[in-house]
Design a protein around this ligand. Structure first.
Ligand SMILES: Cc1cc2nc3c(=O)[nH]c(=O)nc-3n(C[C@H](O)[C@H](O)[C@H](O)COP(=O)(O)OP(=O)(O)OC[C@H]3O[C@@H](n4cnc5c(N)ncnc54)[C@H](O)[C@@H]3O)c2cc1C
Length: 436
């Protein structure tokens, strides 16, 4: 049997890897000249700049961990001790550990009563039914009651718990207002808070896709080959990509959902295409402010998160502390990650200016940076609003035989969501799992 996989991000690479493991012939077509998608690294003047993803999240990424173990790379992950400053509106800083949600309870701006409210809310959620996997769309759909994270969090852990825990936490992960999000993921994270830890592959997050390709001997990888059309042919499909016609028995479609909808025109009902096209994506920008000489060696926290949404940015990260090979020896880079809403009214110049102001606010005075690199995406992160998971999950059963969708958008943006969906698509095609 032969499959085409369209898209070489973590979802497509995981699908190709799993299909090869099950003995299928696989051709992977990727529009860029490299695999990795939104986890890719960009090399500039000795810096390895992450264009998107920053870290893996330990025990809440079970399928990613299992595949990394299977490929023999799990032990190479570099743990990241994400010591964090939560910065209040007046500039006061509180030190916590991003991977230890309960360390946020040390924040003195929360009274004993606030802390008891948080502890009681977390305990109730630990004991109540809730999603067991953080990035399985079907599982999240079962626990998505239509409420927003904003109202859920204020109800479950109170106003102070929301301002000092939910907002900085989910703001760093998704950079959108809490009212845009379903609570299902945060609920799942609270249920598994003791499994959280952060790590990065030695060459950055982009290395995960390189490893998946390397571990798929015989994979026919076609880079710089955007898929243009999928046509049903006798007993299978033909994928047209960059002037080539690839005849296959089955297709995994793993680019972003709007592209998937275009490629599947004529093969799926218009109502299914609409679900894909209406999948919400946030605008996203981050700026990497790079220094050949580290102005702040030994700075006591690698992450800074605002406790509220009054600033434009949602996180500042010292990248050498996260992942040493991100910078040349002795260098430093600050990643400044922006909230989505202000971006609608900001030019690229204003985003860069605001990033430099954030660096001046968070760190001691420093000389001019060596250079500044802006990454700005019109469609950066898929966002799961209330009702999202159920709508998207229903798509699996609406695909024609031999076509499977994969991509992080079935859950929340995240490498685990992508890898989970890619593996699932391959399992469905090979009959290892049933659709629906
Ligand atoms: C700024 C930022 C920070 C992030 N931080 C984290 C993090 O810390 N941890 C984490 O786990 N996740 C993080 N993420 C999310 C993570 O990067 C995504 O969840 C993941 O990359 C999604 O994988 P995917 O394969 O579904 O999609 P993508 O990575 O987008 O891959 C899709 C691929 O399809 C290709 N493609 C598109 N159209 C075609 C076509 N017509 N033909 C062929 N190929 C095509 C694209 O070029 C791309 O390579 C972050 C994302 C961003 C943007």
């Amino acid at each position: 049997m032969k499959a085409a996989v369209i898209g070489g991000g973590p979802a497509g690479c995981a699908a190709a890897y799993t299909l090869r493991k099950r003995g299928w012939d696989v051709v992977l077509v990727e529009s860029q000249d490299h695999v990795g998608g939104r986890t890719s690294q960009v090399q500039r003047d000795g810096f390895s700049l992450g264009s998107g993803a920053l870290f893996l999240m330990g025990g809440i990424y079970p399928r990613t961990n299992a595949i990394l173990k299977e490929m023999g790379h799990y032990d190479e992950l570099i743990p990241w001790d994400a010591r964090t400053h939560v910065i209040d509106a007046d500039g006061t800083r509180y030190t916590v550990q991003f991977d230890q949600v309960l360390s946020f309870l040390r924040i003195p701006a929360m009274s004993l009563r606030d802390k008891l409210r948080v502890a009681a809310g977390v305990a109730r959620k630990l004991l109540s039914p809730g999603p067991k996997l953080c990035f399985d769309g079907a599982e999240l759909a079962r626990h998505d009651g239509g409420e927003s994270l904003e109202t859920w969090s204020r109800r479950v852990i109170g106003d102070k718990g929301t301002d000092y825990i939910t907002v900085p936490y989910m703001g760093f992960l998704y950079a959108v207002p809490m009212s845009w999000l379903s609570p299902a993921l945060f609920h799942a994270v609270l249920k598994q808070f003791f499994r959280l830890s952060l790590s990065v592959p030695p060459k950055g997050m982009g290395q995960i896709c390189d490893w998946l390709v390397e571990a798929s001997p015989g994979l026919d990888l076609r880079l710089s080959s955007p898929a243009e059309r999928i046509v049903r042919t006798d007993g299978g499909y033909t994928v047209h990509a960059q002037g080539q016609a690839l005849h296959v028995d089955a297709v995994v479609v793993a680019p972003e959902p709007g592209v998937a909808a275009d490629l599947l025109t004529g093969l799926i009902p218009e109502s299914s295409a609409t679900k894909l096209r209406e999948c919400l994506y946030s605008e996203y920008a981050h700026v990497q402010v790079c220094y050949e000489q580290n102005p702040w060696p030994g700075f006591p926290a690698s992450v800074a998160l605002p406790a509220n949404m009054e600033r434009d940015w949602g996180a500042c990260v010292l990248l050498s502390q996260r992942h040493p090979s991100a910078v040349p020896p002795g260098g430093e880079a600050v990643g400044v990650y922006f909230y989505t809403p202000p971006l609608a009214n900001m030019t690229d110049e204003e985003i860069v200016k605001s990033a430099l102001e954030a660096v001046r606010e968070v760190y001691p005075p420093a000389p001019e940076p060596s250079f500044v690199q802006l990454f700005h995406y019109e469609r950066g992160l898929s966002i799961a609003h209330p009702g999202h998971y159920g709508t998207l999950d229903s798509l699996h059963a609406e695909m024609p035989e031999g076509i499977c969708l994969a991509g992080d958008y079935f859950a929340h943006a995240g490498v685990e969501a992508a890898i989970f969906s890619g593996e699932l698509a391959a399992d469905r095609l090979t009959g290892a799992r049933q659709a629906g």
